[in-house]
Design a protein around this ligand. Structure first.
Ligand SMILES: *Cc1c(COP(=O)(O)O)cnc(C)c1O
Length: 902
């Protein structure tokens, strides 16, 4: 059956060799115990979640839930996540995850800015985690906004202040009462935002309870390893009145065509594919898989279990404090949760003994030491900390004090996670079955090909995935001294060198943790370059109408002025229009953002000319590298004229999509841009320039980088070239077979498509059949629809990738061709336009088994349009979701239990 060509081996590594090499690299990482804190903590991933979700392709291979009917499992899980975040923060609505705590802090700033547009000052407490502060400064830099840093209690709130942000507990670990600050902010109409540690909120007053408008933070310590920086989810929650300004995805509850409860992406009009430069943010890929794991962690433990964990962690800190104080060290005053801020008697001695014991503390510039505890620690770890500070080893820890927990007025009083879903899944048996119950509702790559154009749904090989559960990579704190991460750094060296060879760029930075963040990193790099050359006015960004929505949204974030460039009828960029726009904006031209091969699925013949023309007018070329799967080892952006690109490692380079994240968006640049690349405030990595940070961690989501590294190692140059060639071959095979049945909208000059292509359904509109009906009908065949109505309305964009064999391509083609016959039956009047298998799709088992059946077609025709479905049928969990109802009645938390029972 498997007829796909296999990549040639040559000097490449076999699967077993790659695993051995990874182990060797992992052994070069030193696993010191981390007491560093700063938003990253040790945690215990429950094995049941690791096995049923993290190691399970049913969970990690799907894309963002665009087709809600075949994504009800992860949508339900994300609603659980949102409910958990709302409950813990005491706020009304949470989104479905952001990338990391620092970007979430920057999004809080952006929300305050959009709420109070006329104001120009944002106040930040000086005890904010430094990476969050640095990132907010990056985000504010393109705008005329002052980020004022100080002790927030002493800062002036006036009518210029749009909002403020503080850390709770603060970066030293001290729990301050921000109630007055919030009141003072509200008195002048400013937004109060809080970056809060999620675990501490089980014991401490919730941000919503003391009036905050926005809360953000990391969700990492809810069961996700530190991974040398990620991936893990970050949260953002707000009050209902600001819901429409939330960045990223929000999952909402609606009803389906049968009147049953159903989940879907809500309020999508905020997002990039619709609002483009007016979107609330440029977030596309976020951290769905990790948010789902954290939600399951919360459900497994429940509110009581989480409180117990938090209490234990707090007691470890309390016990340590009393020992350190009685040994004569100064511990900073104030309440604390898990972190002590200590001025030791002899810092050098502490540092030396800590190194001996392979312990990492946080060392502040003023001689203080930060000591953070987490759920993975025991009394033994406390004894070791005490030994480091006092020099006295303890054989037995049983005499350690177990003081009472007392947060006084700041103790949490409000209940949280009271919904039954958080109180029923505390046994492994139950949780295992719940994970399977959810998984069974979702179409993923374990079922069938998912030909989502531009998304590159290719194989995420099992060998590549091994690394994410290897402690040697998973257990590192991102701010651990770099010499402890030699294995990682060697791997980064190798992968950046490989990516340079693949792209033709001179340097690659692994810093951005999604494609859209890569775009921002790239545009900010361009911005820095223009400013350094004395051209700060170069702010015009040319963007073709066909560009991905993240392009204009990112350009807006980089403070650029977006000028649209037309596309010709054949899909190519309109060269006359481009020339006219370049001419007109010659003095202000900053950049063009182009995608190659274009989003219309063709290799634009003019790409070299386009780059030349923009360069001639002083602009830089940002080449959106999401389509690298069409060109690896065939052609290189650096060769045909681009200056900078992001690469979606979660597309071409095999990191799974996780149902909407994680991702990695490293950027490659030409030599002249290297000095302007992003930097990091804590860890100095290779290729750091003068730009501010884009992500919280120096190497973004480090833990998933070895997935791409393994892929490249196993493929080698010839394998990568073969993969691209076969991806293009597959697309052309499909386009040619389909062309007899549907118009293929764009082809290149030689009549060929690239690795993806657009098929139009516009002709059937007048017969009452919309492209949505085709997308939903594909679900009855067990297929996930290709990308719908993007970049061209009434179309599907099909990207098969090289991973599928011909049998699977044909199965999908046969489904689309069968659907063409079904459309013809409607056109010919065999079935009425308002009652046929297309407009009623998808068909659930429930609707087909109902006693009454009064449709114009048979149940058999609905359920089994082709023979192979009788052997292998995927049943959509719900009928067609009602988007309109969902957006008119926005519910973003777990619906009451009764709705589960019917
Ligand atoms: C996927 C994609 C992006 C955005 O990448 P994310 O990782 O989702 O942020 C940008 N441009 C194109 C063409 C894409 O396909």
């Amino acid at each position: 059956m498997r007829t796909c060509p296999r990549p040639t081996r040559g000097t490449t590594l076999a699967e077993s060799q790659v695993l051995r090499r990874l182990k060797q690299l992992g052994d070069k990482n030193d696993l010191f115990r981390s007491y560093i804190g700063m938003g990253y903590y040790g945690t215990i991933t429950p094995s049941v979640i690791k096995r049923c979700v993290l190691q399970n392709p049913g969970w990690y291979t799907p894309y963002t839930p665009y087709q809600a009917e075949v994504a009800q499992g992860r949508l339900e899980s994300l609603v659980n996540y949102q409910t958990m975040i709302q409950d813990l923060t005491g706020l009304d609505v949470s989104n479905a995850s952001l990338l990391d705590e620092a970007t979430a802090g920057a999004e809080a700033f952006s929300m305050a800015y959009s709420i109070n547009k006329k104001r120009n000052v944002f106040l930040v407490d000086e005890q904010l985690h430094p990476q969050t502060l640095a990132l907010i400064k990056t985000r504010a830099e393109p705008f005329e906004v002052e980020i004022r840093v100080g002790s927030i209690e002493d800062m002036e709130f006036n009518e210029d202040v749009m909002g403020c942000l503080f850390q709770y507990p603060d970066t030293r670990g001290i729990v301050r009462d921000f109630g007055d600050v919030v009141k003072r902010a509200h008195d002048v109409g400013a937004i109060a935002a809080c970056s809060a540690d999620l675990l501490s909120l089980t014991l401490l007053q919730a941000p919503g309870d003391f009036g905050c408008d926005i809360a953000v933070g990391a969700v990492q310590r809810f069961g996700i390893p530190m991974g040398y920086g990620g991936p893990h989810a970050a949260y953002i929650a707000t009050k209902e009145q600001h819901m429409r300004r939330l960045p990223g995805r929000i999952v909402g509850v609606t009803k389906d065509s049968n009147g049953n409860k159903a989940y879907r992406l809500a309020l999508q009009t905020r997002e990039t594919h619709i609002r483009r430069d007016k979107a609330t943010s440029n977030i596309c890929t976020a951290q769905a898989l990790l948010a789902n794991m954290s939600a399951l962690y919360g459900m497994y433990h429940g509110a009581d279990g989480l409180k117990q964990i938090a209490t234990r962690v707090h007691r470890l800190a309390l016990a340590t404090k009393s020992e350190l104080v009685s040994a004569g060290h100064r511990v900073s005053d104030g309440l604390f949760f898990d972190t002590l801020h200590v001025y030791p008697k002899d810092l050098a001695e502490v540092k030396a003994r800590a190194a001996d014991k392979q312990i990492n503390f946080r060392y502040f510039d003023d001689g203080a030491v930060g000591v953070s505890f987490d759920e993975a620690m025991t009394e033994r770890d406390v004894a070791d900390v005490i030994a480091v500070f006092t020099g006295v080893e303890r054989a037995d820890c049983s005499d350690l004090a177990c003081p009472e927990v007392d947060f006084g007025a700041l103790a949490r009083k409000s209940a949280f996670m009271t919904h039954p879903i958080f109180n029923t899944l505390h046994s492994e048996t139950e949780l295992m079955r719940y994970c399977k119950y959810l998984e069974n509702k979702d179409v993923s790559l374990v079922h069938s090909m998912i030909p989502l154009g531009s998304c590159t749904m290719k194989l995420n090989a099992a060998t590549e995935m091994e690394v994410v559960t290897m402690d040697e990579f998973a257990a590192l704190h991102p701010f651990a001294p770099s010499e402890q991460a030699k294995g990682y750094w060697e791997m980064f060296d190798e992968i950046t060198e490989d990516l340079c060879k693949i792209t033709g760029y001179d340097a690659v930075t692994m810093h951005p943790n999604s494609g859209a963040q890569g775009e921002l990193a790239g545009l900010m790099t361009i911005r820095g370059y223009h400013i350094a050359n004395g051209n700060p006015q170069r702010k015009v960004c040319l963007i073709p109408a066909s560009a991905h929505g993240t392009n204009p949204a990112t350009a807006a974030m980089a403070g650029m002025k977006i000028v649209a460039v037309k596309n010709c009828g054949d899909g190519a960029i309109d060269m006359d229009d481009l020339a006219a726009k370049c001419e007109k904006h010659s003095k202000e031209l900053g950049a063009i953002m182009v995608t190659y091969p274009s989003t219309y699925g063709v290799f634009d013949e003019n790409i070299v000319e386009i780059c030349d023309m923009v360069h001639k007018h002083g602009g830089q070329v940002y080449l959106d590298g999401a389509n690298m799967n069409a060109q690896c080892m065939l052609c290189r952006p650096g060769d045909y004229g681009a200056d900078v690109s992001h690469l979606n490692l979660h597309k071409t380079f095999c990191i799974p999509h996780g149902g909407g994240g994680p991702g990695m968006g490293p950027i490659g640049v030409k030599k002249h841009l290297i000095p302007h690349l992003p930097s990091h405030p804590i860890i100095e990595g290779p290729n750091q320039g003068s730009g501010g940070p884009i992500a919280a961690a120096p190497f973004g989501s480090s833990l998933i980088t070895p997935i791409s590294w393994s892929y490249i190692r196993m493929m080698g140059a010839r394998g990568l070239r073969n993969a691209s060639a076969v991806a293009v071959l597959h697309a052309n095979y499909m386009a040619d077979r389909l062309a007899e049945h549907y118009p293929v909208t764009y082809r290149g000059a030689k009549g060929r498509v690239a690795h993806e292509f657009v098929v139009s359904f516009a002709a059937f509109k007048k017969h009452g059949i919309l492209v949505q009906d085709v997308a939903k009908r594909l679900q009855d065949f067990g297929f996930h629809s290709p990308t719908m109505s993007w970049p061209v309305n009434d179309s599907l964009m099909i990207e098969p990738t090289e991973s599928e064999c011909k049998t699977e391509l044909d199965r999908f083609l046969d489904a689309l061709i069968t659907i063409r016959h079904e459309i013809q039956e409607v056109v010919d009047g065999v079935y009425p336009a308002e009652d046929n298998v297309l407009v009623n799709a998808p068909h659930t088992a429930g609707s087909l088994l109902a006693t009454e059946w009064n449709h114009s077609y048979s149940r058999d025709k609905a359920a089994y349009p082709t023979e192979w479905l009788r052997q292998n049928k995927f049943w959509p969990a719900v009928g067609r979701v009602d988007d309109k109802y969902g957006d008119q009645n926005v519910v973003c938390s777990c619906p009451p239990m009764e709705t589960y029972l019917d």
